[in-house]
Structure formats: C-alpha cells, structure tokens
Ligand binder design. Sequence first.
Ligand code: PXG
Length: 460
Amino acid sequence: MNLPFEPQRQTRDYQASDAAHHIHAFVDQKALNAEGPRVMVRGEGLYLWDSEGKRYLDGMSGLWCTQLGYGRKDLTAAAAAQMDQLAYYNMFFHTTHPAVIELSELLFSLLPGHYSHVIYTNSGSEANEVLIRTVRRYWQVLGKPQKKIMIGRWNGYHGSTLAASALGGMKFMHEMGGLIPDVAHIDEPYWYAQGGELTPAEFGRRCALQLEEKILALGAQNVAGFIAEPFQGAGGMIFPPESYWPEIQRICRQYDVLLCADEVIGGFGRTGEWFAHQHFGFEPDTLSIAKGLTSGYLPMGGLVLSKRMAEALVERGGVFAHGLTYSGHPVAAAVALANLKALRDEGIVRQVKDDTGPYLHKLLHEVFGNHPLIGEIQGTGLLAALQFVEDKGTRKRFANENDLAWQCRTFGFEEGVIIRSTLGRMIMAPALVASHAELDELVDKTRIAVDRTARIAGKL
Ligand code: PXG
C-alpha cells in the first residue's frame, strides 16, 4: 500500500465497532453492517483516501459542501487560533464576539444589498426550522398572526429534522415521523420527467401557477411563505425552466407571501454566482444557508433576512424568543470567515463562472451529448446532472432507473470517482477549486462508469 498516512487500525476492526454503535444516515443499517462501510481517513484538495489506501476523486464536494476542497491549512489555522483565543461564548447574555461580527460584515458585503441581518444556526435543517418561526413571528409583528402556512414542493429537500422534513416534499420521510400542521406542497418543476407534451417554458409557468392556485385555495391571508431550492439538489439536481422563477416571484409579491430560497446547496459559488438565486434572477426575502459557508470544515448555517423583514423584527418586534447554544459559534465563525475570504480573494467564484464551469460543461457535452444512455445534461458552474433515458424521443425513463443509477455510482467508486445517484440521474458537484486536469479526470472516470451502466441497460 502506498498511503500518505499511517493507518491506525484494520478496516475490519473499524467496521465492527461502527456496526456495534452507529446509526448511519438514510440507509438500511442491518444491510450496511453486513456490507461494512467504507472508512474514509484522509482528504487533500479534491482527493479522498479510504482505510485500504484507495484514492477517490470526490466529485460531490463531500455532501455538496467542501467548496475549497480538503486540507486547507488557512482554515485549520483560523480554527486553531480562535480556539486558543476564545473557544466558546454565546449570544445570549447581551454578548457578542469579533469572529461573528467580522463574519457578518463579510457575508453582507458578498450578498445583494437588500439583505441586512442573519440568524446563525449549526446546520441547514436548523436554518429552515428557524425560518418557520421567524416568518411566523414577522407576520405576528405586522399584525397578521393568521399568516402561518408554509408552502413547499414535492421532492424538495430542506433537511431532516421534523419541521424541515415537513417543508421538504420527500414522502418517504413524511411517513417516518409525520408532518407538522400548516404545511402544504405543490409539484416540482421537473420538465424531463413530468413535462409531457408541454414545452419547458409552458411547463415552468404551469408549475408556478400551481402556487397561485394553492394560495387561493388556502386563502392568501393564511399563507406565510413559499420555500424552494433555486434548483433542487438532493431531489436530483433539477433545474426549473427559465419561465419558472419570474412567475413564482410575481405570485409571491401579488399575494404578500414571503419568498424563501433554500441556498444550502446553491450558495457560496456553486453556480458561478455567489448565490443561486442570482443565477436564476429572482429576489427572495430569506435565504437559508449552510454547507459552503464553512466549506464543511465545521458545522454552521444561518437564515439571512431582507432589510424589510429585519426592520420589522428589530424595530417593532421586541423580544424574539429564539436562540441556540451554538448560534454564531466563534470557531465556526472564524472558519467561515477564512473560507469566505479565500473564496473571494482567490477569485474562485469568478473562476467557476468564467473558466472551470464552462470547461466542465463543454466536456460533458462533448462526452455525453450523444451518449445512448443520457437524455439530458443539466446544470451550470460546477454543478451537473446526467439524466438516464430509455427512449430519447419520448423521454421514457427506465422502470429500474434508481437501480441503474445506484449501479453507476458503485462503478464510479470502483473507478475511483465519487458521483451521486438520484432517481435515474447522476450528479456531480466537485469542489470549486477543481483544476482542468481534475475535471478531465472526473468526466473521464464518470464516462467509464456510465458506459459500464449502459452495457447493463442494453444501450451499448
Ligand atoms: N436544505 C437543502 C437544500 C439541503 O440540500 C439541507 C437543507 C439540510 O442541511 P443539513 O445541514 O441539516 O443537512 C440540505 C442538506 C444528498 C444530500 O444526498 C443533501 C443534503 C443532505 C444530505 C444528503 O444530496 N442536503
């Protein structure tokens, strides 16, 4: 083995202990225990190594979060310095600290000017939990306490806690643990699967009009906000047709419903803009953020508020009975600050927009544009989805598309590349620092995995 580290224990030993004590995310634990999880032990740049010494190109930035890649010494140094100076203090006893102040200054220098305040959390799920209470509080302050209902979308993802999963539209999650009151859903704008004979533009408008119908059915006086990811991430990296967001924004404004963008995946440069709503050209009232805020080095999230909302809450709201022990944690804030500085000062977001993003998409179109298994290539910046299709003419998808995509993902691991599968779509979202050579490798290894899958599907 040629390992860039000394393995501490045998893989089998790690796996046995993991099986004895650990419940993993979104998996049949018994089956995983029998298989034994992969043990990741090191990361450097875009690469990961497992405990067997196998190297992987991480095409998913961990879970869409390691914007700067692994092993950045400036982030480690920022964390260590902050731990030495002030490892913890809270935001409760009329107190603050420099790390969080400087982080907020930098954050709002990167955001469009109509946002002014943020409530920090530890994760994206928490950001969306806080969203519900903050939006409801806002309407209370404005004298409209009956405006409580949040509308989300089927197949949207907003986190795994009770209220966040209720906002999301993963029915299998709702079935495990239940929903909360005052949440409703409309359809997702997934043209390739659901657009039928409509053009993408017609379908986008049709999906947006569902929001209007839902608001009217519930009564605009009862609806607090509409939450959506600018593009769906966990649901399959689905980009809405161009007609979608302008119409959604019109409807929210017309009925005085807050437009809440979940930027947990789309934020911090993924699309080549700082925030995904800028790519799609709309103006949300709130932004839920997490993941790329710290490049995943420490847990941190937040809810960003427009000036209009913040003004109501701050100037007229009195006490808002909300707070978390770790809101604005100094070490997480110091790491977020170092991360955002690096993204800005190294010109990484601009590079994604002008250079590496177009490079990735050119490569993908060259390699997969006429591939017999791929019906559509979606995405922008360092973000892409390959749609599996059985019949390109009719956009008929395979009945076993989930299994095929999972198989493709497994082939990817065998080839040494990590790509994600969701419902017949292969997703890639590499770190924003990816070089041309790394993008070449990502696409090349993905092509091998997709070709192997195409053979199973009888397409090659
Ligand atoms: N909103 C969005 C849009 C997300 O993608 C969350 C909220 C929740 O964030 P936390 O930090 O609480 O996990 C997410 C999380 C996947 C996958 O398989 C995506 C997420 C999490 C786990 C898996 O694509 N996104």
